[in-house]
Design a protein around this ligand. Sequence first.
Ligand code: ZN
Length: 295
Amino acid sequence: MPKQEVQRRHEMWEELCERGGPQSVGSTLVRELGIYRGQAGIWRDKDQTAGLTDDGSGVTVSVLHTGQSYADDLSEGGVIYHYPETGRIGSRDENEVEATKNACRLGIPIFVVVYPEEDDSKRDVHLGRVADWNDETEEFLILFDADFNAPGETASEVREREPFQLTSERSGRTSPQLTRPEQGRFSFNVFKRYGKKCAVCEISVGDMLVAAHIRGKAEDGSDDARNGLVLCKNHHAAFDSGLFSIEPETHLIHTQEEGPSKQELRIKHSRLSPARSEPHEDAVRWHWERWKEEQ
Ligand SMILES: [Zn+2]
């Protein structure tokens, strides 16, 4: 059954392309092909997809990205899609979230329908896959590539098995500033891996937290989540300016001998305390050795 649904969606995509798509197509064609017929953000097409799952929650066919609330989250490679929050009665939102996870679990592609800025009667359509999700930050990672994981496996599970890369592979060319799409995906991966809490204090307010690189981009640090940490904005600034570092063997936090103390920096823990996983040892060691040299 999932196999037939994969086939059906590829046929929808081919027809869309044959009829002038996938960019700047009329919204009526999108409806006609069954790509998107919803009212709000997530279109499940329950008649078509409810039978694919035991609980009848179905499998999301498409998500609508209007760009109004989170314009920065769309890039060439994919989109960070926020869980719907419409406050509708019943468990509809929950089912829509579940149906979108099901697309990943069953290895079924979905469409991302975007309103182009110039003309709101037109739609840009992308064929994508649900690569991952994070219930804490309430976000999906949807990628526009055909590179499917085994059904049921999320991108973060695949990544944990891959060898760790401390530096990025870009040879010769270094850009200290991340472009938005890269930053968006790095940030998604870091929050997914460590949890939504500063690794050295107790702050867990989303707007006050950032995904920080341990080996920074300016020093060729990679976007591997294991080269990252969740820190609050204050402690990110303190970490980047060398006010503290982390001893690799013990994960004890050390501040400069002549500089502000842990108490002054409002560092609450004696050792690194992310909500979940620890960063890769090579990344921690790189920061520590450089920091020691500078002392
Ligand atoms: Zn903090």
